[in-house]
Design a protein around this ligand. Structure first.
Ligand SMILES: Cc1ncc(COP(=O)(O)O)c(C=O)c1O
Length: 393
């Protein structure tokens, strides 16, 4: 008997849909020899110089609660890192350390949303981006990216039209799952219009450093003033291969920082102090690692996209950033069923497009943050299923 039947529960938590990818992955736990390319994380452990700093901190007894907004030395380090990256001063009074990017998103929405507000975002989208506001009683509206000349593209004016009347616009550039990236001009135009309208913008920039050219993706921080209604979400997860550490941060208008401090107390209290010590080292000594990872991802992107595009029935808009190939297989009418079949027959785990809030069947996401050996093996295994979509029951 389900919990809602048993307890008469109809809470938003019961109603919000579960993660499709997580469900598939759980069901495939026992499939031997599977190459799992469904989750989005680097395939290598956190660099040793970062782990060593956490070990030193633990050995020194840094095991107590920390400040709600984060340890002062980490907030200072984030402020310096962001100021250097974007060439403008981003004050420490705007920084709140969080327990992951996911937690940062929750705190951002909690800070500005009221019951019944509308949140507008782009699809395909990382599903949590909309589950979080839904959990808080918001109405969500989506606007689809288009594929033009083999690339994802956005009609900015049409999107701004869709966003009219919204309380919050949520953007994720660079994007999971498409690797789509807004240009600096697009960012400037969106900021200008939303500022005029007084709309809040939550900008998820957790893939800001996973770019194949230049140091970072264009950021809304570059075209904004401190008191703009802008909240930027960042994370240590992807850039420094720290997914398991659960550490992120928010850049806020200074007047919102005390609000985040207040509500963070009710859930996280503080981020772990030893992780925060290690995070400082990641920010201050991690540039060589970050640059190397970007090169590796570009190489893997080329390998995977070329491999996929060799099949006539495959459409694969080439991603400009992040570490996902988001592609379509002609003839597939049910992506979830096809992904299940691929687990059993090809022994490759892909995330079906349905997980990213798209209606059109046939799309899949493959995370290419992997070794060449694994990627080549996966492409070979997938090959018979891409040439022409197989009939499935
Ligand atoms: C777009 C986006 N935002 C936020 C997150 C959350 O990252 P984390 O909670 O590991 O910091 C992810 C993770 O996949 C993501 O893809």
């Amino acid at each position: 008997m389900t919990i809602e039947a048993k307890q008469g529960l109809e809470s938003r938590a019961i109603q919000v849909p579960p993660s499709i990818t997580r469900e598939l992955a759980n069901a495939a736990m026992s499939v031997e020899g599977l190459i799992p390319l469904w989750f989005g994380e680097p395939n290598i452990p956190t660099p040793k110089f970062i782990c060593d700093e956490a070990a030193r901190s633990l050995a020194a007894g840094e095991t107590f609660y920390a400040e709600g907004l984060g340890r002062p030395y980490l907030r200072d380090a984030i402020s310096s890192y962001m100021s250097a990256l974007y060439g403008k001063s981003i004050g420490v009074d705007r920084i709140a350390v969080t327990v992951s990017g996911g937690n940062a998103l929750n705190l951002a929405f909690q800070s500005v949303l009221e019951e019944g507000d509308t949140v507008v975002t782009l699809t395909p989208a990382f599903p949590n981006l909309l589950s979080i506001p839904k959990l808080q009683g918001a109405r969500t509206i989506t606007h689809a990216l288009e594929v033009k000349d083999g690339k994802w593209s956005l009609d900015v004016e049409a999107f701004l039209e869709t966003a009219k009347g919204a309380k919050v616009v949520l953007l994720n550039s660079p994007s999971n799952p498409t690797g789509f990236m807004l240009t600096k001009d697009e960012i400037a135009r969106i900021m200008e219009v939303l500022r005029e309208r007084g709309t809040w913008l939550i900008s998820d920039e957790v893939y800001a450093r996973t770019v194949y050219s230049g140091k970072a993706a264009p950021s809304f921080l570059e075209v904004s003033e401190p008191e703009d209604r802008l909240i930027v979400v960042n994370s240590f997860s992807k850039t420094w291969a720290m997914t398991g550490w659960r550490l992120g941060w928010l850049t806020l208008p200074p007047s919102l920082t005390p609000v985040v401090e207040k509500i963070a107390e009710f859930s996280i209290a503080s981020a772990p102090p030893f992780s925060q010590r290690a995070a400082v080292v990641a920010l201050e000594q991690g540039e060589e690692f970050v640059a190397q990872m970007a090169k590796n991802y570009q190489h893997a992107r080329d390998l995977v996209c070329n491999g996929l595009l060799a099949h006539e029935g495959v459409t694969c808009p080439v991603p400009e950033s992040a570490f996902y190939a988001y592609f379509k297989v002609d003839g597939v009418t049910d992506s979830i069923a096809y992904a299940r079949m691929l687990i059993e027959e090809a022994k490759v785990g892909l995330a079906p497009g349905d997980a990213f809030l798209v209606g059109e069947p046939g799309w899949f996401r493959l995370c290419f943050a992997q070794t060449d050996e694994q990627l080549n093996e996966a492409l070979e295994r997938l090959s018979p299923f891409l040439a022409k979509a197989r009939e499935i029951a």
